[in-house]
Design a binder for this molecule. Structure first.
Ligand code: NAD
Length: 227
């Protein structure tokens, strides 16, 4: 069985990271058109860099939760027949032990330069002003609105070839990720949604409502026991 999982901000919520829509969340206090668009970065680079510096530092105060850990266990069982795609820019899946993970919207702990070669550098503190390799200006290694997510070819191929697709803790409004369930369904996969609020639709075969830390480990155990 080939499994593809898509996660969103909801899986990290119980670790203490605000989701996109949470009232009083970090994202709520800054306009998306500034902190999550290339135009915003062009007009107010300092403000954008500070916003991501703050998010990056916030990662030090959070830990992976039982849902992240359960998905790492699922990968251990299925190996190369498993792929985890995350819209999250935190590093909690990786810290929980996930290896076959595509952070399609980028990573807070990386920055890249605006030079021709777009050098990517690890960064756990404030973003450096200049690229250590070529001296060009740096930007967060984050996919902003209007930009193409990373590794779309690999994602498309995995979706077309999977038997089970689950999307977890995502509101499913940001494309192209919101369209993954449709691709998997067309390819013949069983489609499962695990989320706090009902978001079921005609592409979703099964909807499991609840907190990620409660429903994901149970669901993973059921799959592992059955295979
Ligand atoms: P979203 O905020 O739009 O949706 C989160 C979903 O998770 C909602 O449907 C909500 O009902 C559900 N949810 C909340 N708490 C939950 C819990 N404890 N258990 C299960 N489900 C829960 O987030 P999104 O769909 O990921 O899309 C928004 C974009 O914002 C993403 O592209 C992402 O890059 C970015 N973002 C990332 C982070 C992060 O990296 N941790 C945090 C906030 C936003």
């Amino acid at each position: 069985m080939k499994i593809v999982i898509l996660t969103g901000a909801g899986i990290s919520a119980e670790s203490g990271l605000k989701t996109f829509r949470d009232a009083d969340g970090l994202w709520e206090n800054e306009p998306v058109r500034i902190v999550a668009t290339p135009e915003g970065f062009e007009s107010e680079p300092k403000r954008v860099i500070e916003f991501y510096n703050k998010l990056r530092k916030g990662l030090k105060n959070v830990e992976p939760n039982a849902a992240h850990q359960a998905l790492a266990k699922l990968e251990e069982k299925f190996g190369d027949d498993f792929l985890l795609i995350t819209q999250n820019v935190d590093d909690l899946h990786q810290r929980a032990g996930s290896k076959r993970v595509i952070p399609m919207h980028g990573e807070l702990l990386k920055v890249r330069c605006l030079g021709q070669k777009e050098h990517v550098t690890s960064c756990s503190e404030d973003q450096p002003e200049k690229c250590p390799t070529c001296g060009a200006k740096m930007r967060p290694h984050i996919v902003w609105f209007g930009e193409i997510p990373f590794e779309m070819n690999k994602i498309q191929k995995a979706l077309m070839g999977c038997n089970l697709f689950a999307y977890i803790g995502t509101s499913g409004v940001v494309y192209p990720a919101a369209g993954f369930k449709q691709i998997a369904k067309m390819a013949g996969a069983q489609v499962v949604c695990l989320n706090l609020e009902t978001t079921g639709d005609s592409y979703t075969d099964e909807f499991i409502q609840g907190k990620a830390t409660e429903v994901v480990p149970k669901w993973v155990k059921a799959i592992t026991d059955a295979n």
